[in-house]
Design a protein around this ligand. Structure first.
Ligand SMILES: *Cc1c(COP(=O)(O)O)cnc(C)c1O
Length: 360
């Protein structure tokens, strides 16, 4: 049986620690998913997500991990012209795998890991061929890179493509202005930068997406955006039973972020933690895996330079912390410092101080 002693302070890029007050929301009694109360809860969450994301676009919610909504985005937005996937890391690769396994025509732009695609690279590729959509990972969690969407959206729109963004490890922590940046799908799960329990994924979806979906055959059932919208329009309903306790949590967290903390202050908090982590890395004589100009404010990927990462991980575990190693093929070559969600600068400082004592 899982017990108190099994829990560690999660310095990994998801799932992250959930605050005590958010955790309390999970124990509220159950309500009927077709009730008026559920409808009001759904609609309130949708309106707060619109505020948080600076958008008037339709909000959809899916009881699935974020990958489910990525699959939904591909199924609803990609028709005969296919999709262009910008690949600069392991999560960006997932866009491409989803497109291929759904039988979609898909091309890629390969970008060196640790870097972001340049506007020039993107423009050249889009000049060559027409696509229905372009997929980008705003914050590549495997390498600690944030792609500057602001510099890319005009190029994507000039080429008549839908702009699909995976914001799983940055939504709520790094600037995003959905309407200003003309982002057609902006999707994320809640277990990373939103600091909630896993199980619900959300997205903003533009009118252009809904129009496109009408023309795409075989969108499937569970992630059909038109079906999700149809139910949403019936007073905030869902086609299937949603993960109701996480709605309680999300409503609470969104009110806190939007009404109390302020979304721009939350971005600033993450920028401060990002700056601190990067300076710490350099001051220790270590190096950043990412190009510093595009280094993420929610996760810092560090080249371990011969440091024994498995040993560091087990030493930290004895102190109650869970370290994130490098992702996939970089398991022993890097480690990652997650500074996202409700994490504070003070907690980050204490953690880095602990690492310092262990490695010096
Ligand atoms: C974690 C992560 C995912 C996958 O999210 P799930 O909720 O586990 O499906 C996708 N993209 C990025 C950038 C991530 O960090």
């Amino acid at each position: 049986m899982i017990d108190e002693k099994d829990f560690l302070d999660l310095f990994i890029p998801g799932p992250v620690n959930v605050s005590n007050d958010c955790r309390q929301k999970l124990v509220l009694p159950m309500i009927a998913h077709r009730s008026e109360t559920m409808g009001e809860l759904h609609q309130d969450i949708a309106s707060y997500l619109q505020k948080m994301l600076f958008t008037n676009n339709q909000i959809i919610m899916s009881t699935s991990s974020s990958t489910g909504l990525m699959e939904g985005a591909i199924r609803n937005c990609v028709n005969k012209k296919g999709v262009l996937n910008v690949i600069n890391g392991a999560f960006a690769e997932r866009w491409h795998k989803i497109a291929i396994t759904n039988g979609k025509q898909a091309d890629t732009i390969g970008v060196e890991w640790g870097k972001a695609v340049s506007p020039q690279q993107l423009k050249e590729k889009l000049d060559e061929k027409e696509y229905d959509a372009v997929c980008i990972t705003q914050n590549e969690t495997s390498t600690g890179v944030t792609t500057p969407l602001k510099d890319l959206y005009k190029i994507i729109k000039d080429h008549n493509c839908l702009f699909l963004v995976d914001a799983v490890s940055c939504a709520g922590g790094i600037e995003a202005r959905i309407d200003d940046w003309e982002i057609d799908v902006y999707l994320f799960g809640l277990q990373k930068c939103m600091a909630l329990s896993p199980g619900l994924a959300v997205a903003s979806v533009s009118d252009a997406v809904l129009e496109m979906a009408k023309t795409v055959p075989n969108r499937g059932l569970y992630f059909d955006f038109l079906d999700l919208k149809k139910y949403h329009d019936r007073g905030g309903m869902q086609p299937a039973t949603p993960v109701i306790p996480i709605y309680y949590q999300l409503q609470y967290q969104l009110h806190k972020i939007v009404d109390e903390e302020g979304i721009e202050n939350r971005w600033a908090k993450h920028a401060e933690m990002g700056d601190y982590a990067r300076k710490w890395v350099k001051d220790r004589g270590l190096t950043l895996f990412a190009d510093e100009s595009v280094a993420s404010d929610t996760v810092t990927c560090v080249n371990s330079l011969g440091l024994d990462v498995p040993k560091l991980k087990s030493d930290l575990m004895k102190k109650g912390y869970l370290l994130a190693t490098g992702y996939g093929k970089f398991k022993e070559k890097n480690f990652r410092i997650a500074h996202m969600g409700d994490r504070t600068l003070m907690e980050l400082k204490t953690y880095l101080q602990t690492i310092e004592e262990l490695i010096s």
